[in-house]
Design a protein around this ligand. Sequence first.
Ligand code: GLU
Length: 495
Amino acid sequence: MTSRTVRVRYAPSPTGDFHVGGARTALFNYLFARHHGGRFILRIEDTDRKRYNSQALDWLLEGLRFLGLDWDEGPEVGGAYGPYVQSQRIELYRRHASLLIERGMAYRCFCPPERTEATSPDSEEPGAEPGDSCRCGALSAEESERRASGGAPYAVRFRAPRQGNVTVHDAIRGDITFPNEVLRDAVLLKSDGFPTYHLANVVDDHFMEISHILRGDEWLASLPLHVHLYGAFGWEPPVMAHLPLILNPSGKGKLSKREERAPDGSVRPVFVRQFRELGYLPEALVNFMALLGWSYDDKTEIMSRAELIERFTLERVNPAPAVWNYEKLDHFNGHYIRQLSIEDLAGRLMPFFEAAGYRPSREQLLAVVPLIRERITRLADAPAVANFFFDEELAPYPVEDLIPQKADAAMALAALERARAVLAEVDFRKEAIETALRAEAARLGLKTGQMFQPIRVAVCGRKAAPPLFETLEVVGRDKCLRRIDRAVEKLRSGG
Ligand code: GLU
C-alpha cells in the first residue's frame, strides 16, 4: 500500500446493458475506497463511437444507484478532476499523442483506417493489433510531418519495445513478467481523432491521480502496453490489481454476456436491471457479489455493507476464478427479504404488485406481507403467491384438491359446509377462527388436516398457502364464505 490517498475508479464503456461482471468490479472499487476512506470515481470511457450505446449510460447510473454504489466524483456529481466523460477530454489525449510523437515514442501511421482500427479498444487481445506489416514507423520525421501537413489522414501508433521483458507487480497476482516481443505498435489515436482505450485510460488514470486500478482480469493482456506508456510519459503507474474472472454456474466458461435459460427453463439474468426487475434486493446482490473472489474467512457469508467495508482488503482477494451461483444468490435474497421490517418490505413490494396489475392499499399490503414473506425468494414472486388475497375470483383449480388424502368428496363437503356455518358466525379474528374450526373438526370426528385442507383450497385455490387462520382473517369473511360456497358447488357438481 502506498502512502498516496486512495483514489480508485470504475471506468466502464457504455456499449450495452450493465452486466453484473462490471457491477462486481464497481463494487470492489467502492469497498476498497470506503475501507480506506478514499474516493470512488466513475469515469465513462466512451471513445469507441462505433460501439457507443446511448441507453447504456442510463442503465449504468441507475444500476449503480440501485446497488447503492455512490460515486464521489463523476457524471452528475462532478469533482475537481473532471470532466469524467472521455469524449469531453479529447484535446488532452491529442496533446499527449503529439507529445509522444515529438519524443519519438510514437509515430503517425498513414495506413487505411481498416488496417489501423479493426481492433476495438475492448478487445481482449490488444497484442493482436492489425498493421504488423505497416512501415510507417520507418518514415523520417520530416516525411511524416510533410504528409500530415498535406492533409493525409493518420493514426498515431506507439513505438513498442520488442526486446527484453517487463515485470509488473499485481497486488492480487504478484509479479507478472511479459516478454516485449509479444507487443505490437498499438494504435493510440485513431484517424478520426479519437483515442483508443489504451491512451485515454492511461492519460486519465494519471491526471485523475488514480492510486489503484482494480479491474477485470481480461485487461491483464493490456498491462505491458500500459506500463510502457506510463514509462514513455515519465509517470508512475498506479498499483495494479486484476480481479478474478467470474464463471458460469457450471464452472465452465465465463459468465455469459447475455441472459440464458436454466435447465428448468427459467431466465438466468446477467444484467443489473434484470436482477432488479426480478426483485433481488441490493443488499443481497452486494453481499453475494462481494464474495465473488473475496472472502473474509472460510465461513462468514452474510455480511452487511458496513461489515464488508470494514473487512475488505486486497490481500483477501483470490486470483482463482469465482463461480456465479444463482441458488446461493436466491438464498441470500430470501435471507435479506426476511430481515426487512414489514413496512420496508411492503414498500419494496408495492411496485411489483402494481406491475402485476394489483392496486392494494398500504394497509392491505401490511396485512399480507407477514403471511407471505417466508414464501418468497424474490420480490417478483409475491403477486403469484398472494394473488388470492386480492383477486375477486380465484383462478380455476382442480376439484380433487379439495379432497384430503384418505378421504372422499362427501367428507370434504361435510367439512366445508360446517366450516361455512362456523365462519359465518365467528368473531372473524385468527384466534377465534382457530378455536372454532378445531372444535368443529372434533365434533365431526375429522383430523384437523382433513378439516383444514378443503378450507384452504376453497379460499386460496391451492394446497400450499400461508398459515390458514391468519389467511382467512386477512381474506375477510365475505370472500371466504363466497369461495366456500363455490367449492361446495364444485364438489356437488364434480368440477
Ligand atoms: N473501459 C474499460 C472497460 O470497459 C476499462 C478497463 C479498465 O478499468 O481499465 O472495462
